[in-house]
Design a protein around this ligand. Sequence first.
Ligand code: ADP
Ligand code: ZN
Length: 615
Amino acid sequence: MADAARACLREVFGHNAFRAGQADAVDAVLHGRDALVVLPTGGGKSLCYQVPAVVMARRGQGATVVISPLIALMRDQVEALVDKGVQAAALNSHQEPEQRREILGRMRRGELELLYVSPERAMMKHFTDLLGRLPIAALAIDEAHCVSQWGHDFRPEYLRLGELRGATAAPIIALTATATPRVRTEIQRALGLRKPAEVLGSFARPNLALSCHSLRTDAMRIEATVTALREAGLDDRKAPGRAIVYCSTRKKTQTVHKALKSAGFTAGYYHAGRTKLARERAQQAFDAGRTKVLIATNAFGMGIDYEDVRLLVHFQLPGSLEAYYQEAGRAGRDGKPARCLLLHGTSDIMTQRRLMGQPEAGRAARAHHEHREHSLQLLVDYARGARCRQQVLCAHFTGSLEALPTCGRCDVCTGTVTAPAEPPKAERKAPAAAVLDAEQQRDARAQVLALMNAIPKPLGKMTLVRGLRGSKAKNVRAAKLHTLEQHGALSQYDEPTVTALIEQLAREKVLVPRGRKYPTLWLAERATPTRGGARRKTSGGRGTSELARQLENYRRRTARKLKWKPYHVFHRKVVLAVARAQPQSTADLALIAGLAEAKIERFGEDILALVREFG
Ligand code: ADP
Ligand code: ZN
């Protein structure tokens, strides 16, 4: 079995060995098991389904159907496969009906080994019918994180892919490059994966030396770039290696290009505003090594794969940690040491906001906008942070902070981190707090809110922090925090991290100060303190069932409008929990199991309005 896969890898794809993770994924699919594969971009996800596809097709088990959201990428993949002698084709909406019929004919006759389809096409009735009738060896779902409403790539049609589970008994292999544990769970549930083999690749790039420098002016940034280019030996035209300098705007690529040329470097620039010819020339000169440095916007990226990028500079802050990791990851592909330099300043935040534009009308667009804002904030925190850069990135992508070794190469590990030139006032005194990813934030916030709901009267900030961290100090015991379920709920985080979280909740006015002389904190939306603890409204009777009925109507109506299943809006158990708890605020909603932050953003206001009207 594994031998057939290895032979196929060698003979068809021309590689000697599977990379970490690939073998497990291939094995699972060949054994008829579902699989959830998380590998970083460039990690080799395609082979995880292409190898089993070829092996199974050549055994007469049928074709593998690949669902992929990007038509351009599909075309490239199909071409590459056909070049290798694999029977592959793609179905999309841009084709003539004639062409589509021909492809489906080949599918029916069992001639195809891989068929790529867009998600829209995959969900058309005649296609799902076809899936049920033909021998399908496996289903591969690329960019599976598109099912996540929390992710920046959410695609409603991806939610419907879960229906394919019912249409075929073939194993499903879902693939993605970005998956916090929360997204992984969402994928598994939405696609109906059955006990999938989970393959989680490493996001560490040990040969990359990552560093961040806060530099205000262009002149300072040019100087830093020039120094780094010299240190990488790129002022010598004959030396090996090359550098990419990313800028956020087209104009900036030109400014930087001019400056680097006059500093004596061979350089070209690339952005989507140039003519096709000019872009091709810039890329060819860089390919051939006639220019050592390419200054580009993120338009330069798709499908580029240089082995020997020794220096990768972000001249400005990109839009998110994901974008940063993906771009920086283009350095050192050959495994030899390479440097990634992130230059940033507060003006970059403005630039990114300008690029983001104003949020459009509608709740979904607003939620999307907030998500982008949040992603940007995470990157800003990363750049200003004081934790090993590799650790923070890996933690972000895998969702765990534990057991990650420090890299020993980044500016933090080597003690060469430069202090931000313009720290905001509040941050100047605060010791470094860990950067929590979206899911960790949500969970940690829920714990704080649960504790705040359980205590009978306002408490001081440090008492709360210590209680959450599981301390049994005198003031913690005096407040009886050690008797609560939330005592020690945040013990995995250090004190600065929990303090920062509480302060953030205070900035957001979720927690508000009480008292002057000894300021204490209290939930903004919670009623006045009561003796004896939890307030929780326990209303029963007719009101509750009317509210439940209204919520259920709302759930179904929304599902119809969005063309979703009702449980994609939220589960039935949420209806019952809301009817029971009668939440009065967003903070209360966050305590209800099954209402993730993205759902609250989308549906929270409506739910609260129903509670007010019918509760
Ligand atoms: P991803 O989809 O994860 O971004 P790809 O599937 O496009 O990555 O693969 C990235 C690159 O790695 C491709 O050039 C591919 O040929 C190469 N690659 C993948 N697997 C192997 C392997 N086992 N050995 C050598 N090269 C590989
Ligand atoms: Zn480090």
